[in-house]
Design a protein around this ligand. Structure first.
Ligand SMILES: Cc1cc2nc3c(=O)[nH]c(=O)nc-3n(C[C@H](O)[C@H](O)[C@H](O)COP(=O)(O)OP(=O)(O)OC[C@H]3O[C@@H](n4cnc5c(N)ncnc54)[C@H](O)[C@@H]3O)c2cc1C
Length: 436
């Protein structure tokens, strides 16, 4: 039992939400302990480190309107690291790649036919005119799209994208999420968007943030929180092995279903709320190839026979000479660990993925210089019907417990949102109701 002076806050998880919260609380002179299960900080946005460069384990870019991210970049003096990259997005259907960057690209999407293109355009206009998209939270996406744009538009254009992203749960996704997502994407410029990357990868952000945080708060990596202690219904600290670390506030940044296992003594209502927030998983392979595949950064794969739903050629976003190769991400979303793809070993996965690349681009094993696989069952919240109704407030119903993380993000989880939510949780702990 640890009888030292209680912390003002303990943060569970050292991803960007946890780092953001620690940074703000540290600057507010609070006594803080940050506990991270893995050996290093950064969570899902962390990187593989090579001699000459780092690269994200999961593909990452940001946007110029990412306020919390840019505020942090300025505060850490990292402005020179920011680079602007033209977005290039495509959709591979029946062996042909179609651009998806501008309205003109959509007019060229032949599989829809002229009438389908008109209906797709009208659907986008309708979506842009919707003011209260949250009213569609309980409305399933598929019948809504079919009602407004017809079966052909749904089946030809949206169904393969949704299947690649949500697998067998595609039909549970809400129209509200779809509307919010289309509005966001189509508001990012008629000439196509500019994306943000950091020249030395987002590792530079974690390193700088971690350096600052380490100066101000106590950080322990390789330490798994096994329980959050409650006394008379209020948070009193966390349990790590035999040790109890006391605190008047705990900020949990872990997936709600993980948190559920940490607070078995909380009210049934709270535990049920945590259970309702579902996640999906991602398998993401990074390959260093000896040849380029396309001129596109982000390619959606609309072909059921191909085992990955996304192909990202990172050099088409940012081409660092130190890479030495074409860095390609192949990603598949999974809904649970029972899925056949998740069951494959990394070696088997490589064979399946290279076979898919062979069918599309004639790639063979000899084109692969090196490869890495990252997997997580907690890669994104599942935006199904009722998501907005069930969204967790940062200040939870358990006194002293704050829940911040990508499960609060909508309609996209992001580095920016994780930082923003970390700041918001810190502000609430410090008694400031408004996020800065
Ligand atoms: C495939 C993929 C692509 C993405 N692409 C982009 C992108 O292009 N742009 C963008 O802005 N964002 C992107 N994101 C999202 C971004 O990575 C996340 O929003 C952000 O990193 C989440 O940070 P977090 O701190 O909320 O969660 P996490 O990074 O998941 O951090 C939670 C931390 O808690 C730790 N933990 C769990 N349980 C315990 C425990 N019991 N005790 C202690 N620690 C524990 C975990 O180890 C982890 O480090 C992407 C994410 C993925 C998966």
């Amino acid at each position: 039992m640890n009888r030292s002076q209680p912390y003002d806050a303990i943060i569970v998880g050292g991803g960007l939400t946890g780092l953001g919260a620690a940074y703000r609380l540290g600057r507010g002179n609070k006594r803080v302990l940050l506990l991270e299960r893995s050996q290093s900080l950064g969570g899902l946005a962390s990187c593989y480190a090579f001699d000459k460069f780092s690269i994200e384990r999961y593909y990452h870019h940001a946007f110029f309107d990412d306020e919390a991210l840019f505020q942090t970049i300025r505060e850490l003096g990292l402005e020179d690291e920011v680079t602007s990259c033209p977005a290039s997005t495509g959709y591979l259907v029946d062996g042909k790649i179609y651009g998806l960057d501008t309205p003109v690209d959509l007019l060229r999407f032949r599989p829809l036919g002229i009438w389908g293109i008109i209906r797709l355009g009208l659907l986008v206009l309708k979506i842009k005119s919707i003011r209260d998209e949250e009213a569609y939270d309980e409305v399933p996406l598929k019948p809504w799209v079919i009602k407004h744009a017809g079966e052909r538009v749904y089946e030809t254009f949206f169904a393969p994208l949704l299947r690649a992203k949500f697998g067998r749960l595609a039909e549970e996704i809400s129209a509200a999420w779809f509307i919010a997502r289309i509005k966001l994407r189509s508001n990012r410029g008629v000439k196509g968007e500019k994306l943000v990357y950091m020249r030395s990868s987002f590792q530079r952000l974690h390193d700088a943030l971690a350096r600052e945080v380490n100066k101000m708060v106590e950080v322990r990596c390789g330490v798994e929180v096994e329980g959050i202690e409650l006394e008379e219904g209020r948070v009193s600290g966390v349990r790590v092995g035999e040790e109890l670390e006391q605190a008047s506030a705990v900020i949990s940044t872990v997936a709600p279903r993980i948190l559920r296992g940490l607070v078995p003594g909380a009210s049934q209502e709270f535990l049920e709320g945590l259970h309702r927030v579902a996640y999906q998983g991602t398998i993401c392979m990074t390959l260093a190839l000896r040849k380029s595949l396309t001129s596109i950064y982000w390619l959606n794969i609309g072909d059921k026979e191909i085992p990955f739903g996304l192909l990202l050629e990172h050099n088409n976003l940012y081409d660092n000479p130190a890479y030495g190769h074409r860095l390609v991400y192949l990603a598949s979303y999974v809904q649970d660990s029972g899925e056949p793809l998740w069951q494959l070993t990394d070696k088997e996965l490589l064979e399946r993925y290279v076979d898919g690349l062979g069918k599309l681009f004639g790639v063979t094993g000899a084109d692969v210089e090196w490869w890495r696989v990252s997997r997580t069952l907690y890669s994104a919240p599942l935006y199904r019907t009722g998501f907005l109704r069930d969204r967790l407030p940062v200040k939870s119903m358990v006194p002293g417990l704050y829940t911040a993380g990508m499960f609060n993000s909508y309609p996209e989880r992001s580095i920016n949102d994780s930082l923003r939510l970390g700041f918001e949780a810190a502000n609430l702990v410090m008694g400031k109701e408004e996020a800065e």
